[in-house]
Design a protein around this ligand. Structure first.
Ligand SMILES: O=C(O)CCC(=O)C(=O)O
Length: 249
C-alpha cells in the first residue's frame, strides 16, 4: 500500500499568498511511492487508449504527424483509469486544504490527466478556467489542484500563471470550435508581462482558482510532463453535498 505524507492545513501566510496571487504551490503533497504507483498506472496509457477507449473516459489527442504514434493530450475522468489518482482526490488531508480554500461543501468537478508527452505535448494557451465553466448561472468558486506526476520544468512545459489576475474578473476569450483548449485569451500564448513559470517536482501540487490566467508551453524536451488536475467545486449553490461521499464517510 503506497504511503502518503499527511498534509498540514493551510497556514495564514499561505491563505494570504493564495488570495494575493490566485495560486499556491504545495511541495511534496504525494509521497514518492504513491507517485511511482500512479506512474505505473499511466505508463502505457497512450497505447491502451489508442487501442480502445472506455466509454467512461474522454480522450483528446495531440495533432501528431501521420504515421507517428498517437499521443493523449488530455484524458477526462482519470480517476477511472488510475486507482492511485482516485485515492489522492479522496484523501482527507487534501480535502481539508480544499475546504480551507473554498469551504466545506465540496464536490468533485472533474479529474483530468494532462499528458504533455515528450516532443509532442502542445501549448496550452492562456486562459481562465471559468471561461470554460461559466454556464447555467454558476459562480467562479471552483478550485484546481494540479499534481505533478513527472518533474515539470520550463523545458517540458510547466504551468505558468499571471499572479493577481484572478482579481480582474472574467476576460473576453476567443472560442475555437472542435479543438481541446479551444477557449483562450487573445494572443493565444504570446509572452505575458508578469507571467511566472511554476516548476515542480513529482509529487508537488499547485492549487489555483478558476479566474487566474494560466497556460503552458509545448513540451520541447525528451521528458514527459504528466500531471493531473483535480477540480473541486462547492455545492453551496447546487443540490448535493458530496464531501461525505468523497471521504467515504
Ligand atoms: O497542462 C497544463 O499545463 C495546463 C492545463 C490547464 O490549463 C487546464 O487544464 O486548465
Amino acid at each position: 500500500m503506497p504511503s502518503t505524507a499527511a498534509l498540514k492545513r493551510l497556514a495564514p501566510e499561505e491563505h494570504a499568498r493564495f488570495d494575493r496571487d490566485g495560486f499556491l504551490l504545495r511541495k511534496g503533497l504525494v509521497a514518492p511511492d504513491a507517485i511511482l504507483a500512479i506512474t505505473r498506472e499511466v505508463e502505457d496509457l497512450h497505447e491502451r487508449m489508442a487501442q480502445a477507449t472506455p466509454e467512461s473516459v474522454h480522450v483528446a489527442w495531440e495533432k501528431t504527424a501521420p504515421g507517428k504514434p498517437r499521443r493523449i493530450r488530455q484524458l477526462m475522468h482519470s480517476e477511472v483509469v488510475s486507482p492511485g489518482l482516485n485515492a489522492v482526490l479522496r484523501r482527507a488531508d487534501v480535502l481539508d486544504i480544499v475546504e480551507d480554500l473554498i469551504g466545506p461543501r465540496i464536490a468533485l468537478f472533474h479529474s483530468k490527466l494532462l499528458m504533455k508527452a515528450a516532443r509532442d505535448g502542445s501549448v496550452t494557451p492562456w486562459h481562465q478556467d471559468f471561461a470554460y465553466w461559466n454556464r447555467e448561472g454558476n459562480r467562479p468558486v471552483q478550485l484546481n489542484m494540479m499534481l505533478a506526476i513527472d518533474p515539470a520544468t520550463r523545458a517540458n512545459g510547466c504551468i505558468q500563471f499571471v499572479p493577481g489576475t484572478h482579481k480582474g474578473g472574467l476576460a473576453k476569450h476567443e472560442h475555437e470550435k472542435g479543438v481541446s483548449f479551444g477557449v483562450y485569451l487573445p494572443g493565444y500564448f504570446q509572452p505575458r508581462e508578469g507571467a511566472l513559470a511554476v516548476e515542480m517536482e513529482a509529487g508537488d501540487a499547485v492549487f489555483f482558482g478558476s479566474l487566474v490566467i494560466h497556460g503552458s508551453d509545448g513540451n520541447r524536451s525528451d521528458r514527459d510532463r504528466r500531471a493531473n488536475t483535480f477540480a473541486f467545486t462547492t455545492t453551496g449553490d447546487a443540490k448535493q453535498h458530496f464531501r461525505e461521499q468523497l471521504r467515504g464517510e
